[in-house]
Design a protein around this ligand. Structure first.
Ligand code: ZN
Length: 161
């Protein structure tokens, strides 16, 4: 068991807020030093968005920033980042990513590591339970979120870089 991390807790709070809105419970925060600069959550369902994963939403909420800012930040996300979000992390050279869990979905962590990003996986039970319960209720919304056709690889489908 890891001790509570206030930044991971903030990402989880975003995931819970998304769930309360009828969305997919995945949250993210962007941290610099001991400050949260931006918060985000998956809004695909709420906004009918193709790209608003939690990480993308946090980046968009951070707004247009100089390159130097991203390079001093850590991205916290409740779930292993998919290839789209991994691309954004690499584009802006965010040097560190803290991941709540990667058992429900394994994103492109290996690609992040290969590109020199420090990746830390917390294997947090609350993150797993929040998303796991959602997937059991709404498997189709989940498959759509990660680009799978209906029933393509099941709710636990994972892929690497
Ligand atoms: Zn994503």
């Amino acid at each position: 068991m890891s001790s509570p991390d206030p930044f991971l807790e903030a990402a989880i709070a975003e995931a819970r807020a998304g769930l309360a809105e009828g969305g997919i419970p995945i949250g993210a925060v962007i941290v610099q030093g001991d400050q949260i600069l931006a918060r985000g959550r998956n809004r695909r369902i709420q906004w009918g968005s193709a790209i608003r994963h939690g990480e993308m939403d946090a980046l968009e909420n951070l707004g247009r920033q100089p390159a130097s800012l991203y390079r001093s930040c850590t991205l916290y996300t409740t779930l292993s980042p998919c290839p789209m979000c991994t691309g954004a992390i690499l584009l802006y050279r965010i040097p560190r990513v803290v991941i709540g869990e990667n058992r429900t979905f394994l994103g492109s962590e290996e690609l992040l590591r290969r590109c020199g990003v420090a990746v830390e996986v917390r294997d947090d039970a609350e993150c797993r339970e929040l998303l796991g319960a959602f997937i059991r209720r709404s498997p189709l919304a989940w498959e759509e979120d990660i680009g799978l056709r209906e029933g393509e690889r099941g709710a636990g489908g994972s892929f690497g870089p």
